[in-house]
Design a protein around this ligand. Structure first.
Ligand SMILES: Cc1cc2nc3c(=O)[nH]c(=O)nc-3n(C[C@H](O)[C@H](O)[C@H](O)COP(=O)(O)O)c2cc1C
Length: 250
């Protein structure tokens, strides 16, 4: 198993995989790491759908056009989940608080599912697997996916995670410098400093994109990310949440 430093600092998203299956004992380790994720109140407001059915993976590829969904060995779908606690509460005749009517209820489920996904990423990386988070599964056709996966009320997709034995070794993507990620004791309100550090970072990304292995581009950082958001703002996530039994009031 890789040490913690290599596991965390050498990680890159892997989108091409060998055909070989992930050993079951590795999957068991990933399951245990996911189960031991810290969660809000220990409420464990998440579940995971583990997809190994090739047919289903192909269907998800058809929906998203993301090849890694059909070539990965396992696809884990991380869900925000208030169904389980509601079932037991109703069985025991307990009043169910309005989890699904508040922003904090929604936020808690998303945080729990996201942390669970990160546990899986770290466990998988430590075992030499490659992985790729696939947020497009959340947005591409949420209603259809909810039907395909038989999601009950109170459950929605947060993110997918494709897993497999790596078949590529992409360059490590430069990340924002510590000077803009970490703020000492309070937020750094020196906008000129932040802008100048971010301009340097924008240039670093431009250089990286111009020279990286496996396909170069002229993209910078800020313009490219904003172009993603232009598209993302079209998603109708609130309507999807309504169909999953959510009615956010406050
Ligand atoms: C929540 C989330 C959603 C993502 N969705 C996608 C996706 O739909 N398709 C994809 O190819 N990569 C996706 N990624 C991977 C990012 O593009 C990737 O992490 C980022 O470009 C940084 O590259 P790195 O992981 O190699 O450091 C996603 C990552 C996260 C955390």
């Amino acid at each position: 198993m890789k040490d913690v430093k290599d596991t965390l600092l050498d990680r890159v998203s892997i989108r091409r995989y060998e055909r070989e299956a992930i050993p079951e004992e590795t999957m068991e380790f990933i399951y245990n790491a996911v189960r031991n994720t810290p969660t809000s109140y220990n409420g464990q407001q998440f579940s995971v759908i583990d997809i190994d059915d090739q047919n289903l993976k192909e269907q998800l590829y058809e929906m998203t056009n993301q090849k890694q969904l059909k070539t990965c060995n396992r696809l884990l779908i991380f869900l925000s989940d208030y169904n389980k606690i509601t079932l037991l509460a109703e069985k025991k005749g307990l009043t169910v608080p309005p989890f699904t009517n508040t922003m904090d209820g929604v936020t808690i489920g998303i945080i729990d599912a996201s942390l669970a996904m990160m546990s899986a990423v770290v466990a998988a990386e430590a075992c030499g697997l490659g992985c790729n988070c696939v947020g497009y599964l959340r947005t591409v056709d949420p209603l259809k996916l909810a039907q395909m996966l038989k999601l009950p009320k109170g459950v929605f997709v947060v993110c997918g995670l494709a897993l497999g034995i790596p078949r590529e070794h992409p360059d490590h993507k430069p990340k924002q410098p510590a000077s803009v990620v970490f703020h000492k004791n309070c937020y750094n309100t020196d906008d000129q400093f932040l802008i100048s550090e971010l301009e340097k970072y924008d240039e670093v990304i431009k250089q990286y994109n111009a020279t990286r292995a496996g396909g170069t581009s002229t993209n910078d950082w800020v313009g490219h990310i904003l172009s993603y958001y232009d598209h993302a703002m079209e998603y109708r996530i609130l309507d999807y949440l309504k169909s999953q039994g959510y009615d956010i009031q406050r």
